[in-house]
Design a protein around this ligand. Structure first.
Ligand SMILES: Nc1ncnc2c1ncn2[C@@H]1O[C@H](COP(=O)(O)OP(=O)(O)OP(=O)(O)O)[C@@H](O)[C@H]1O
Ligand SMILES: [Mg+2]
Length: 157
């Protein structure tokens, strides 16, 4: 029997550029319909990760935090949808706000504060958990929710 692909990979980054570089490498693995959940405290680096991911998709222009617009769309190799659910109370709020829609299946979706969606999150996703804030190094744990997402772990190398 072949060994199953590992579902988790941990990467340390020493500065924001290293977090962006990691995300840019992961972006090479992105396919339409993918979902990446970015989890971590305020200032952990979720938006830095999103910026690097966008760069990896070939998006030109500035990716900023979509906190006030909730969702931003960028044109890259495939579309990227960047959501920030910080201001949402729960999943019902997100659904009511029309934040999750069919069009997103044409691109890759990155969600900051994805835990707000709770049980509404599908199992098929990549969790990106960023531990550390301020000047600390970041410990970034990539967890594939299904086998299909293990290709991101390979791309992190
Ligand atoms: N290794 C690192 N990786 C990422 N960011 C880092 C790192 N070291 C320091 N930083 C700094 O931490 C901050 C991360 O900010 P960022 O906006 O990405 O956080 P966030 O998780 O999106 O926060 P919020 O929950 O407020 O949206 C930036 O100021 C960045 O320069
Ligand atoms: Mg942010």
């Amino acid at each position: 029997m072949p060994h199953p692909a590992p579902r988790e990979r941990v990467v340390e980054t020493h500065d924001p550029a290293a977090t962006r570089d990691l995300a840019a490498r992961l972006a090479r693995a992105a396919r339409p319909g993918d979902l990446l959940c970015l989890v971590g405290d305020l200032g952990a680096g979720k938006t830095q990760f999103a910026k690097g991911f966008a760069a990896g998709l070939g998006v030109d222009g500035v990716v900023s935090s979509p906190t006030f617009v909730l969702m931003a769309e960028y044109a890259g190799r495939i579309p990227m949808f960047h959501l920030d659910l910080y201001r949402l109370a729960d999943a019902a709020d997100a659904l009511a706000g029309g934040l999750l829609d069919e069009r997103q299946l044409e691109g890759v979706v990155l969600v900051e504060w994805a835990e707000r969606l709770g049980d509404a999150l599908p199992a098929g996703r990549l969790d990106v958990r960023i531990d550390g804030t301020g000047d600390e190094d970041r410990t970034i744990t990539l967890r594939a929710g299904s086998d299909a997402y293990t290709r991101y772990l390979a791309a992190a190398a």
